[in-house]
Write a protein that binds this ligand. Sequence first.
Ligand SMILES: [Zn+2]
Length: 114
Amino acid sequence: MKILISADMEGATGVTWPADVLPGTPQWERCRTLFTSDVQAAALGFFDGGADRVLVNEAHWTMRNLLLERLDDRVEMLTGRHKSLSMVEGVQHGDVDGIAFVGYHAGAGMEGVL
Ligand SMILES: [Zn+2]
């Protein structure tokens, strides 16, 4: 079973205001750790639940936010903005059995997360 995790940052643990997701800010550095922990927890849960492959598509801003060295060695990564399907890159190959949207959020100005 192959799972795709599309990981956005605005809905990650601890994110509460715009600077938390703005690359280069001290708040972003802090929240990268929390964001990475959320993705790691999801990946480990899928492996424990029977997935033999977990592909993480990093989907926030420059798509280079996760701390790769803190993720499980079995995790496969799509990092950077070179993706034709952007936040759901990886789904088009027909080998994904399920998709998880981690750290997603409501639209700007809408009721909900962020
Ligand atoms: Zn984002």
